[in-house]
Design a protein around this ligand. Structure first.
Ligand SMILES: Nc1ncnc2c1ncn2[C@@H]1O[C@H](COP(=O)(O)OP(=O)(O)OP(=O)(O)O)[C@@H](O)[C@H]1O
Length: 314
């Protein structure tokens, strides 16, 4: 059973159609990164999964049930983009309050405060918390009741680099325990190692979905290879240029070659066997590069493929 299944989902707000036949599956224990521009439809997708919205068309299934099922609700955790707390309550009181609402064991409150690094601030009022501390409290709230499916909307907003890494480690840990996770973010660097697949949404349509490797294969963006201290640099540059690669000198005895992915291993083998480099660096297209590529493609798609008030649906 998939943790989430969306089939042909359309969502309209008045005459504005913001999701256009979305198909999406999340396997149990998978971490899906959901990325897209402002207004692409990420939060709307999360709200449909949470049962906060009713799809205008299409099928939404969560943990094998309707997202409106009460049993399903108990197994979901959600960190909204802008979480608001009662400022007068302390961190501990806040979590106790949410635990009661969610029917989660009160004993979990202290465990979670520890897990998100808020033990020392637990008895301080939330109004004295920094943005990052409020975000961590929001995360603890989402983890109450040990959810099977966790939805994180911009979880790294307000977190410093160390706290961001701690959040990603927590995501890894939850994934090992079998939690299914959808993580929306505009912060792409750093997240790639912690997701199983990436989904790129633009104008209410899924532009790409898959592992980073499969997206790299599909986009076929060039790989950059830098080598230092190679013998007979000029001869190598000419050879590579003759083979159609973009090659240029770098520093005293270094080179930079930009080439198709399919040529990477062949070129590396030759270089290692004959060029005796001191060092080699390979720069694969990053998630950021892939995101830009798919956004650019979506931007140049015909106008009817972008989310506008949809005449055809009206
Ligand atoms: N309640 C609403 N009523 C009318 N339009 C809405 C409503 N909620 C969202 N929208 C519109 O739906 C579209 C998708 O919004 P959504 O919040 O899902 O995007 P998002 O990808 O989460 O954006 P962001 O990255 O800015 O949070 C936007 O055009 C937004 O203005």
């Amino acid at each position: 059973m998939n943790a989430v299944e969306l089939e042909g989902v359309r969502q309209r707000y008045g005459s504005m159609n913001v999701l256009h036949g979305l198909d999406l599956q999340l396997a149990e224990g998978e971490v899906l990164g959901l990325f897209g521009h402002n207004g692409a439809g990420k939060t709307t997708t999360m709200k449909l999964i949470l049962g906060l919205l009713q799809a205008s068309e299409g099928r939404v299934s969560v943990l094998g049930q309707s997202p409106h099922d009460r049993q399903v609700h108990r197994q979901l955790g959600y960190l909204p983009e802008n979480i608001v707390f009662y400022p007068q309550l302390t961190g501990r009181e806040t979590l106790k309050h949410f635990a009661r609402l969610k029917g989660a064991p009160a004993a979990q409150v202290d465990e979670l405060l520890e897990q998100v690094g808020l033990v020392e601030a637990a008895n301080r009022r939330v109004k004295t918390y920094s943005k990052g501390m409020r975000q961590r409290l929001g995360l603890a709230q989402a983890l109450l009741g040990t959810p099977r499916l966790l939805l994180l909307d911009e979880p790294t907003v307000g977190l410093d680099p160390i706290a961001t890494l701690a959040l990603y480690r927590l995501v890894d840990h939850l994934r090992q325990q079998g939690t299914s996770i959808i993580l929306c973010s505009h912060v792409l660097p750093g997240v790639e190692a912690h997701i199983s697949r990436a989904a790129i949404l633009a104008h209410g349509r899924l532009q790409a979905i898959g592992s980073l490797d499969s997206l790299r294969d599909a986009a076929d963006l060039p790989v950059r290879l830098r080598a230092a201290g190679i013998a007979q640099r000029e001869a190598w540059l000419q050879r590579w240029r003759g083979e159609g690669h973009v090659a240029q000198p770098l520093g005293d005895a270094g080179v930079e070659v930009t080439l198709r992915r399919a040529h990477k291993l062949g070129l590396l083998r030759e270089l290692l066997a004959e060029g005796a480099p001191d060092d080699i660096e390979i720069h694969q297209p990053s998630l950021d590069d892939l995101y830009r590529y798919y956004m650019e493609r979506a931007h140049h798609a015909p106008a009817e493929k972008k989310a506008q008030p949809e005449e055809a649906m009206a």
